[in-house]
Design a binder for this molecule. Structure first.
Ligand code: DAH
Length: 343
């Protein structure tokens, strides 16, 4: 009995001087003193050897020792945060989960995918081309020979090492690449990034996105062009959308037209986006110039085609009311987060 009391006193000292400040030391302490094979348990086992008349007194001493050891454990767990990070036994399944924030698709990707989907239903498949282009595919093949004034409309970035190389200024270059390889019928759209040497502002950027469309077959008419594009905007913006075609000029189409839709921002009443006209231009289009078909060995007496090119940022602006082009590339999470549930 005396021996046991001495031991208990020594254990108390040990407990008092033990430093418990990490997950590991807390667990080690628990195992040593409070575990199923721990010191407290062992001491209770000694009860067997204690004479009956002393059992009550010894039992009280043991209980008090046990509480002492436990309170040290609880204290250590409380005073640091370690109890919460600790072992499997301490996982509280009733706590709310630490949910991971959902990522969102970039609005440009959202709109691009919608465009692909809508034209996909009309039988258009996706074609791609390089962003670093040569003069032929970006200009000359599209009926824009050297010194053609229309080249000035597109502030081109040229590559220093080779003046024949440039960053494509429009996705029309992919038209050239497709016609080079494929014979009619051709029915493709080409979404992608394009570059122009423009000063960055709310309304202009040095890179942006376009989708080109090209349809070449027998008997393709301007009526087909109109109907296809009308279908597209109805699907994209709703059945109530109004369209108008205006005559225009592009070297690679003849005749050419630009298409406007009634402003989705103000509903046609007039605002900054539509410059108070109620109409917003969304694309350029036209019947593929016969010279272009001939450039690729396609018989322009047999085949006709239409083409169009639209800016994805513009569609996005009208769809999601985004009034500053710079937002698309700033990676501001507050902007991007708004598209978590967008479709
Ligand atoms: N490439 C023109 C641009 O970037 C857009 C365009 C106009 C594309 C008419 C076409 C087209 O395919 O037929 O401004």
């Amino acid at each position: 009995m005396e021996e046991l009391l001495k031991q208990i006193a020594a254990y108390k000292e040990e407990i008092a001087s033990t430093v418990v400040n990490t997950v590991d030391s807390l667990e080690a302490y628990r195992i040593k003193f409070l575990g199923t094979k721990g010191i407290v348990k062992n001491l209770f086992g000694e009860m067997r050897n204690v004479p009956n008349e002393k059992k009550k007194e010894f039992g009280q001493i043991l209980n008090e020792f046990k509480q002492f050891a436990e309170s040290k454990y609880e204290e250590a767990k409380e005073s640091t945060d370690i109890g919460h990070q600790s072992s499997v036994n301490d996982i509280d399944l009733s706590l709310p989960e630490d949910s991971l924030p959902l990522g969102a698709r970039h609005p440009i990707s959202l709109v691009k995918n919608q465009i692909i989907h809508i034209f996909g239903r009309l039988g258009f498949s996706v074609a791609e081309g390089p962003e670093i282009e040569d003069d032929w595919h970006n200009f000359t093949a599209l009926n824009l020979p050297e010194n053609h004034p229309a080249r000035d409309m597109q502030d081109t970035f040229y590559i220093n090492q080779n003046p024949d190389w440039l960053l494509r200024t429009h996705t029309s270059s992919v038209q050239a690449r497709v016609m080079e390889k494929q014979k009619p019928p051709i029915r493709i759209i080409c979404p992608g990034r394009v570059y122009r040497n423009e000063t960055i502002s709310a309304r202009a950027h040095c890179f942006f996105h376009q989708t080109e469309g090209l349809y070449v077959d027998e008997n393709v008419s301007f009526a087909d062009l109109k109907q296809t594009l009308y279908f597209f905007v109805q699907e994209m913006f709703g059945k109530d959308v109004k369209v108008r075609f205006r005559p225009s000029y592009f070297p690679f189409t003849e005749p050419s037209a630009e298409m406007d839709i009634n402003c989705r921002i103000c509903g046609g009443v007039g605002c900054n986006v539509c410059k108070h006209t109620g109409w917003v231009e969304i694309l350029g289009s036209g019947m593929v110039h016969p010279k272009m078909l001939e450039n690729f060995g396609i018989d322009s007496n047999k085949y006709t085609g239409f083409a169009f090119g639209m800016g994805i940022e513009r569609i996005c602006q009208l769809k999601y009311r985004i009034n500053d082009l710079r937002l698309y590339s700033q990676n501001d999470v507050r902007f991007l987060k708004q598209f978590v549930n967008a479709v």
